[in-house]
Design a protein around this ligand. Structure first.
Ligand code: ZN
Length: 804
């Protein structure tokens, strides 16, 4: 083959940054994403929203995660594998090595934004430990190398043997590559890159047709190999990424997307993070090889997700069972899983889809995830985290300081510094403005170098000023994204729509004068010769919108959500009367006011609307209503003031609300139980009937993981009452869960300070999916105790306990 030397300067895209390389190119044209992102290192944020969050990530979260990695033994895993530290005691999961890789990646990105010699030195020593833990042929997986006398059950006897199952050997490799690429790009040092290349060369040696024909149990290595290909130009890495996609399916499980060949997949199924990392890898390989069959598959899957499986917050993966996508329109709020990692993956994927297709609808999804379901994953303080991100709570959800599976925490550290990399993109002499945030950037188009400055208080204000300063008068097309949220289209497709069909148009002014514009693929296009000092002003209509879900989403029936610009709102206890929100009903046409609060939750726009609190009453099904102000905060900022009630979807129909209980003996009682978690007590007397015993959208109290013990709950009455009937509704999440109806139960009343069994007429009923009623000879007492004998192999739970 005749080779032509081009000596071309290739700008290699990485989906979040780019590196320049002098390369010798064959006559075959170099394929890549048609659109290239403008690297986050070229974009300097000067705003009050993202810049402070990225700073908290660098100053608080990254040092915190490094410290937790040390305290939890994650660093010791490497020292033991290297033999530097005696012993074979490992942490809990074979993928714990990835937390080190991900925090190195985050720290590397942070170093590019702000120099920090101390941090750079601690990365150097960490990388030294990793190098020492690597086996001579490149294999790197501490859980095998330590040679524990009793190896972790997820590890096979031989390398790769359980890879398709749970060993996570290739998952660890993928995160190593991503970290190595970031560290190399940030520091120019090849220390971690060389470790990664040695490991990747081993994979190239071991895997492939006619060699080990196995697919990764947890995808991510595909994306990582693509980055190594970008760093080195070595095609074997790209080929291996393609092999790992092509060897997948059709005889595996839908849990990890191995039930079909990847090119035959049309719907999002199974574990959401695995799936979405895979779709991202497919986009990378499609872009770099031109393979259209991958595109057909991910285009279909993308439509499936945005029209049927996407939370309004941008969260994906509705169910905790398998951390997976649910059925179409299965989007429960209180039990929503919506893992933080899945949000990060969703951003990676939508960015790649945009770079392939150049349509703003992908950026609409990306922006929605960014401002809502992703940002909710980390506290304002930077050291408390959510793994699942529910859309409703009775106060049972709380941010954690750490999780034994810490994937979401370390993932957040690496994601946040790269946010500026999503603001601009370029394609020949087209310059795309995708996100709105104050910044300055220098962008080199073929036509010339452009300085661009954005000034805005987005997302709190809809005015965006763009100052365009080319070095000399330059012809290029400026393409400004007109978000779907500003055009009656919160999300592409018909999953969500606005209750109010009128919306002010987006206005654009050029050098102070309104200009008409046409939109192409969601972008307002200004194709002209730009001179130094040219100004564009965009005015987005930042109105509060009430969003209605597709009627097939049964959990959102009779409810709306509040949204302003890209920000989704929620009601939370601390801002509302009596710290409760689930009982609130707001009319669909009620006007909503927005006001900026500088000192609240690091600065937010607070929404206020008149609504009604509802309460049940005795002897009537009608609800009592009392009017009150209802306040809403941005969803991402919830759970920063302790656990409390929260909801995104606000009832406009009374039937959707969860009224406060009527004043019965039970609701006026003080609850106690043989349980330490007092937050569960409220379930007993909230007068909220479950649909059946396994209904986990209703609140319940439970003793899991105890079994075969005797437990109790107790009502201390407000005064002496005469009672003769008790009803209890058991929580039973069989056959998969850990709770069953009890082996037996018994009631006691308090007499002269002692517990005396009541004298029942008939037997103690034991049945699922209904109230178990017992009548007894009337007793006059101040307290009743329900004693529960747990089954031999299971725990028990209680939805509701009534007393008459
Ligand atoms: Zn996670």
């Amino acid at each position: 083959m005749k080779k032509r030397l081009l000596g071309a300067m290739l700008i290699l895209s990485t989906g979040g940054m780019s590196i320049a390389q002098h390369k010798e190119q064959a006559s075959e044209p170099h394929k890549d994403y048609p659109i290239q992102p403008v690297a986050f290192t070229q974009v300097h944020l000067t705003d009050n929203f993202w810049a402070p969050k990225i700073e908290v990530n660098a100053d608080v979260t990254i040092p915190y995660v490094l410290r937790k990695c040390r305290e939890t033994g994650r660093i010791n895993n490497f020292l033991e594998a290297a033999g530097t530290l005696p012993g074979t005691r490992l942490t809990e999961f074979p993928f714990d090595d990835t937390d080190i890789y991900k925090v190195i990646e985050g720290a590397s990105y942070a170093l590019q934004v702000k120099k920090n010699p101390e941090l750079e030195r601690s990365l150097d020593s960490l990388i030294g430990y990793i190098a020492a833990a690597q086996e001579p042929d490149g294999y790197l997986y501490t859980f095998r190398t330590v040679k524990a006398p009793k190896p972790h059950p997820w590890i096979g006897k031989k390398r790769w043997e359980k890879e398709e199952d749970l060993s996570h050997e290739l998952y660890n490799a993928g995160h190593l590559y991503e970290a190595a690429f970031a560290h190399y790009t940030a520091t120019g040092k090849k220390t971690l890159l060389n470790i990664a290349l040695k490991n990747a060369d081993l994979l190239v040696h071991d895997f492939g047709y006619g060699k080990t024909e196995e697919y990764p149990g947890h995808q991510v290595v595909e994306m990582g190999l693509v980055k190594l290909y970008r760093a080195t130009g070595k095609k074997a890495y790209l080929d291996l990424a393609k092999f790992f996609l092509d060897v997948r399916g059709p005889k595996g499980d839908s849990y990890n997307q191995a039930n079909k060949k990847v090119v035959d997949q049309e719907e999002a199924e199974g574990h959401a993070v695995r799936a979405t990392y895979m779709y991202t890898g497919m986009a990378d390989v499609a872009a770099l090889t031109g393979d259209q069959t991958y595109l057909k598959a991910i285009d279909a899957i993308w439509s499936d997700v945005v029209t049927k499986k996407l939370y309004l917050t941008g969260g994906i993966g509705a169910t905790g069972a398998g951390e997976a996508f649910g059925e179409p329109y299965q989007l429960p709020n209180m039990s929503a899983y919506a893992e933080t990692c899945a949000s990060i993956a969703n951003i990676f994927w939508n960015n790649r889809m945009y770079l392939l297709h150049g349509d703003s609808k992908y950026m609409d999804v990306l922006e929605r995830v960014l401002y809502n379901g992703l940002l909710s994953g980390v506290s304002l303080s930077g050291d408390r985290f959510f793994y699942p991100n529910p859309l409703a709570s009775m106060g049972q959800h709380q941010r954690g300081a750490w999780f034994s599976c810490a994937c979401c925490i370390s993932n957040m550290t690496r994601f946040l510094p790269s946010v500026p990399g999503y603001v601009y993109a370029q394609n020949n002499n087209e310059l795309f403005v995708n996100l709105f945030v104050s910044n300055t950037a220098t962008i080199t188009l073929p036509a010339g170098k452009i300085q661009i400055a954005q000034t805005t208080d987005y997302p709190w204000d809809g005015a965006v000023d763009l100052k365009i300063d080319p070095t000399k008068a330059t012809a290029f097309a400026l393409k400004i994204r007109i978000p779907g949220w500003a055009q009656q289209q919160p999300v592409p497709g018909d999953l969500y729509h606005y209750a109010d069909k009128t919306q002010a148009p987006v206005q654009i002014m050029l050098n102070g004068k309104p200009v008409p514009y046409k939109t192409v693929k969601g972008y307002a296009v200004f194709d002209r010769t730009w001179k130094k000092g040219d100004r564009i002003k965009v005015l987005f209509p930042l109105e509060v919108e009430k969003v209605i879900a597709n009627e097939q989403v049964k959990e959102d029936k009779g409810r709306f959500a509040l949204q302003r610009g890209p920000v989704v709102y929620c009601l939370e206890g601390p801002d509302n009367k009596d710290s409760v929100v689930q009982n609130i009903v707001v009319d669909k046409t009620a006007p909503v006011q927005a006001s900026h609060k500088n000192n609240m939750l690091n600065g937010i726009d607070l929404l206020t609307v008149r609504g009604n609190a509802t309460r049940r009453q005795l002897n009537s099904d009608a609800l009592l209503r009392s009017e009150q102000d209802v306040k809403a905060i941005p969803y991402y900022s919830w759970a920063n003031r302790g656990p409390s009630e929260m909801e995104v979807w606000i009832p406009y129909e009374e039937s959707a609300a969860r009224p406060k209980p009527a004043p019965t003996i039970a609701t006026k009682s003080k609850v106690s139980a043989s349980l330490r978690n007092a937050r569960m007590y409220a379930a007993l007397n909230d007068q909220y009937d479950p649909q059946d015993s396994k209904d986990n959208s209703a609140t319940y109290l439970h003793w899991w993981p105890k079994k075969n013990t005797t437990e109790w709950v107790q009502y201390d009455f407000d005064q002496e009452h005469t009672v003769s009937e008790s009803q209890v509704y058991w929580f039973d999440d069989g056959p998969f869960g850990g709770c069953r109806i009890p082996a037996s139960w018994k009631l006691y009343y308090k007499k002269d300070g002692a517990w005396v069994p009541v004298n029942v007429t008939g037997a103690y009923e034991l049945a699922k999916d209904k109230y178990n009623t017992v009548h007894f000879d009337p007793v006059t007492t101040t307290a009743l105790k329900l004693e529960v004998q747990l089954p031999v192999d299971y725990a028990t739970g209680i939805h509701e306990w009534k007393v008459k």
